[in-house]
Structures are given as structure tokens and as C-alpha cells.
Design a protein around this ligand. Structure first.
Ligand code: 3AM
Length: 176
């Protein structure tokens, strides 16, 4: 049996902001908008690794542990709908350099370790709805949520009882 696991690096969202996002979603979108992402699953993906063997994930973790960069803040002040991927999201209008740097480093490490990376630019976002209807009315953002990021996390994506769940495997602190 294969020991491969579906992995990705992401930034976790603090509980209080997670709750505000969920409340905003409930106020502005009808239930039939699409498949809502569970509160516990909200995250900002930095790098998607795909199906990874235990040996490769150990190597990727060792490289992640060597990253030295200061923390940064994330400001969520924008919302959007990508009809092609059928995703509704919230995210930063302007990402801080630290966030872009961390994502680009993790993506480069992943590519060097044999995890193919899409050539699409990194568009930081937190997915709220998947399989969203095409005719949704996107509300004006009208929010500003900001927090200081001082770590990043490796997640496993598991398909269980017909649902996707994310499990945090390991986190690393950001520091110089
Ligand atoms: O949760 P978000 O929307 O940030 O869309 C998948 C999800 O993104 C994305 O990885 C995150 C965790 O599952 N994803 C899935 N397949 C992907 C791929 N081949 C991918 N991202 C890039 N390339």
C-alpha cells in the first residue's frame, strides 16, 4: 500500500477572525451558493505539494525548518469569485512582501523536490465556497481583518466519509 499523503503548506487563521469570516459569509451568501468550507478548515494556502511519499515529506519538512524570515501581517480586505475554479474567497488587496516571499520559497523548494508547481502566479486567498454557482452576487467586502503571522503549517488533506478534512501535521515559527 502506498504511504503517499496529500500535503500542502498554509497559514492558519486565528480563531476570532475565522469566526468573523464565517459570520460575514452567513450574512451575505445564501446556503445554496456552493459547498461551504468548514470553519475549522479555513486556511491560506502557500504551496500545494500533491501526493507525497514519507521520504519526500521528510525532506520537505527539513527544508521548511531551515527557512529564516521574519513574520508579517495579513490584511483581509477583499473578496472575489473565480468562476473557472468555482471558488469564492476573501484575501488581501495587497499582500505584504513577507507573505509573497514565504510562498515563493516554499514553492521553489517543492519544485526542486519534485512536486510540480503550476505556473500560475500566487494569488493569496482563503477559500470560503467551493463549487460555487456561476450567478452569485458578490457583496462589497466591507471588512478589514488583520493579524500577525508568526508561523506556517504543513497540512494533510484527507478524504473521509465523503468530506475533505485538513489535519495540521507540523508548524514552524518565523524568525530571523
Ligand atoms: O484551499 P485553497 O483554495 O487555497 O485548491 C486546492 C486548495 O486550495 C489547492 O490546494 C489547496 C489545498 O487542497 N490545490 C489542489 N490541487 C492543486 C494543484 N494541482 C492545488 N493547488 C495547486 N496545484
Amino acid at each position: 500500500m502506498s504511504d503517499d499523503r496529500r500535503l500542502f503548506f498554509a497559514v492558519e487563521v486565528p480563531d476570532a477572525i475565522r469566526q468573523e469570516i464565517i459570520d460575514w459569509r452567513a450574512r451575505h451568501f445564501p446556503d445554496d451558493t456552493g459547498r461551504p468550507v468548514a470553519a475549522a478548515s479555513l486556511h491560506l494556502t502557500l504551496a500545494f505539494l500533491g501526493e507525497v511519499s514519507a521520504a519526500k515529506s521528510q525532506a520537505l519538512c527539513a527544508q521548511a525548518a531551515r527557512i529564516r524570515q521574519p513574520g508579517f501581517s495579513i490584511t483581509l480586505d477583499d473578496a472575489g469569485h473565480w468562476p473557472r475554479s468555482r471558488v469564492v474567497w476573501v484575501g488581501p488587496r495587497r499582500a505584504e512582501r513577507g507573505l509573497l516571499q514565504l510562498a515563493s520559497l516554499l514553492r521553489a523548494q517543492a519544485a526542486r523536490s519534485g512536486c510540480p508547481q503550476r505556473s500560475l502566479p500566487f494569488l493569496p486567498h482563503i477559500t470560503l465556497w467551493r463549487q460555487a454557482r456561476h450567478d452569485i452576487a458578490l457583496p462589497a467586502p466591507g471588512f478589514l481583518w488583520r493579524w500577525q503571522v508568526d508561523s506556517f503549517t504543513l497540512f494533510e488533506s484527507q478524504f473521509q466519509s465523503g468530506r475533505v478534512r485538513y489535519r495540521a501535521l507540523e508548524s514552524w515559527t518565523l524568525s530571523q
